[in-house]
Write a protein that binds this ligand. Sequence first.
Ligand code: SAH
Length: 193
Amino acid sequence: MGFMSVLSFAHKLIGERLQPGDRAIDATAGTGQDTLFLARISGRRGQVYAFDIQSEALALTRKRLDREQEARLAEVTLLERSHAELEEALPGELRGTVGAIMFNLGYLPAEGADANVITLTDSTLAALKSSLRLLRPRGIITIVLYPGHAGGDAEANAVEQWAASLPASTGQAIVYRQIQKPTAPYLIAIEKR
Ligand code: SAH
């Protein structure tokens, strides 16, 4: 029992909106969990772009996709670049066409990975602003935030403030959070109008 995990809830919100053939972006590839999820939903005719600044994360993501051996996965492009460069890194024709963009902030949870490499407020906010331009109407952004580590709390506050201040004409922003555990990961989702 209990409520759905933050990650499962993000997947549910995206699963209800992303369609086969859609374009999607994983802004923080990490170990590739969300990249694989997006590639399954957008399917053979879909396109997924996954960003990470660590080659190690992209290698883990590639490995996860290769293990899948599913002919039905979308074509996945891995980009070793900061999500702050989301718009420069992607073909211009993507603007206004992307169905879903996922962020899972913090550090790479892999053995031997450097826990000091974390997502940072300024680049995260830049990427989120770009994401709104890349999304199609009714497209969705999900952001898993980690207020439990140093730096993560300030980043989470900044993202929450930014999302709360979006005009309703831009979209709807929601929070999914266990309010008895202020340091636990939580979710912000934005549906573009
Ligand atoms: N904290 C999550 C996983 C997050 S992985 C968990 O515990 O499950 C976050 C990924 O974001 C890491 O692999 C890290 O390398 C990547 N990252 C950090 N800064 C980035 C940036 N500016 N652009 C793209 N990826 C970045």
